[in-house]
Design a binder for this molecule. Structure first.
Ligand SMILES: [Ca+2]
Ligand SMILES: [Ca+2]
Length: 282
């Protein structure tokens, strides 16, 4: 794989795999009715002594549960040529989705070559609604090749909930009821006036929606918050730090999720204790 000093970006060749799993309870995101956009786009510009040509192809089509796009802007002029391919796929289930895509860009410089520029784009948008609060988690992504041109965003009514660009260690949080857009976009481009060049790589990311525990203070899971739960809460409160080896796995007494079990958690606990019976929130 030769790299031109004229290379503006790259190497990027990107394969997505986003998995959006919404759990198993009712009232989950309705991915059957989600508005889905899938786009694969490839473009090329090639100048040689034999002529100049610009090509562009875009593709993206399908219906629940499967969407696909494959765009190819390959061209040859005399002995020189370029290859530009972008693919994207998206598969939904009742409660989630998975997406994948790839890029390949190549410029072959031979006799009569003057210049070439190629670019590819892969994009998935999913607009979905949730009727009750949900947890969300984006798993750590995997890449081969540079990942700097990959962008994953989660927006709630135009407000950004999550943005991933570049190195990706995963993220999680909770979503209130409402309308959301999950967008995964990757692009790559190279250009040269004198040296052959190509680029490649992969990318994957998983995104999960889950159910929110309606009764986190019910530490023994019997649908009541009572003295039995308090006897579980108390030693965790004394231990304090969730990363303390003495703390039970998962730190369930950290009711506000800030990494320590202290007075703020006790305040949440005592409200639930007074209520005694867990809400169902379903
Ligand atoms: Ca309990
Ligand atoms: Ca806490």
């Amino acid at each position: 794989m030769a790299c031109s000093k004229r290379t503006s970006r790259g190497p990027y060749s990107i394969l997505f795999a986003a998995a959006l799993i919404a759990g198993s309870s009712r009232s989950l995101a309705q991915f059957q009715s989600a508005a889905v956009s899938v786009l694969a786009q490839s473009s090329s510009h090639l100048e040689t002594d034999y002529g100049t040509d610009d090509r562009m192809q875009t593709a993206g089509t399908g219906a629940y549960p499967q969407f696909l796009g494959s765009a190819n802007a390959d061209q040859v002029s005399g002995p020189s040529g370029v290859q530009v391919r972008s693919e994207v796929g998206l598969e939904l289930t009742e409660s989630g989705l998975s997406a994948s895509g790839s890029f390949f860009l190549s410029i072959s410089v031979q006799e009569g070559f003057q210049s070439a520029a190629v670019s590819a784009l892969s994009r998935v948008w999913v607009d979905f609604s949730i009727g009750t609060a949900r947890t969300w988690k984006i798993d750590p992504g995997t890449t081969t090749g540079p990942s700097g041109n990959t962008l994953v965003t989660l927006e709630h009514e135009s407000t950004q909930v999550f943005l991933y660009s570049g190195e990706f260690g995963g993220a999680s949080g909770q979503l209130e009821p409402g309308d959301y857009r999950l967008a995964i976009t990757a692009s790559a481009e190279i250009e040269t006036t004198g040296t052959s060049n190509e680029t490649g790589g992969t990318y994957s990311v998983g995104f999960t929606l889950g159910t929110v525990n309606p009764c986190p203070a019910d530490l023994n899971g019997d649908s009541f918050v009572d003295d039995f739960d308090f006897l579980i809460f108390l030693p965790a409160y004394d231990t304090l730090a969730c990363d303390d080896p003495e703390m039970p796995q998962g730190c369930p007494a950290d009711l506000n999720g800030d990494g320590v079990v202290e007075d703020a958690d006790f305040s949440i606990f005592i409200v639930a204790y007074d209520a005694l019976i867990c809400p169902t929130n379903r």
